[in-house]
Write a protein that binds this ligand. Structure first.
Ligand code: ADP
Ligand code: MG
Length: 157
């Protein structure tokens, strides 16, 4: 059975802190080529969690939602971090035009919102993060889909 972890996130700060804890795990394990799919309804906190991750990896500035650009890169040596939001992807072929494969070849951490829009063109994910409304709060559920994913969940437990 796949390794899972779930946790209540009471407010935005806790969602950001969870993303930062994920960054600590990735740094500690010195992982590269990590692919994370973020699932959850609009407003569930996918971008908020990613902001915590990207800032936890050392980014000092803003983290804006790549809703219109599809991808936002962050160069944080030795990591290449890519934050995708495929919500507005009309045709998966757009991903071919933007050279989607190259993003996953290098040492990179790719966080993908609305990965279901890119089915068939994205690599297999290491980790699935599900954000679920719980009244005004949220629950986060992680599911490992590779050894790297399992190591991250173990580091978070
Ligand atoms: P998504 O990318 O999933 O569409 P966003 O991260 O853009 O969602 O927006 C999430 C919204 O919910 C933000 O307004 C944020 O302040 C709020 N939020 C994030 N985490 C929590 C939480 N744990 N509890 C309550 N509100 C949250
Ligand atoms: Mg978003």
């Amino acid at each position: 059975m796949a390794l899972t972890l779930s946790k209540a996130l009471r407010d935005e700060q806790q969602t950001v802190a969870f993303g930062a804890a994920l960054a600590d795990a990735v740094k500690q394990l010195d992982l590269a080529n990590l692919v994370v799919f973020l699932h959850g309804d609009l407003g569930a906190g996918k971008t908020t969690l990613t902001r915590g991750f990207v800032q936890g990896m050392g980014h000092k500035g803003n983290v804006k939602s790549p809703t219109y650009t599809l991808v936002e890169p962050y160069e944080l040596p030795p990591w290449h971090i890519y934050h995708f939001d495929l919500y507005r992807l009309a045709d998966p072929e757009e991903l071919e035009y933007m050279g989607i494969r190259d993003y996953f070849l290098q040492k990179s951490c790719c966080f993908v919102e609305w990965s279901e829009k890119g089915t068939g063109l994205l690599p297999t994910e290491d980790l699935i993060i599900d954000l679920v409304y719980n009244g005004h709060q949220r629950n986060v559920e992680l599911r490992a889909n590779s050894e790297s994913g399992e190591r991250i969940i173990q580091a978070l437990m």
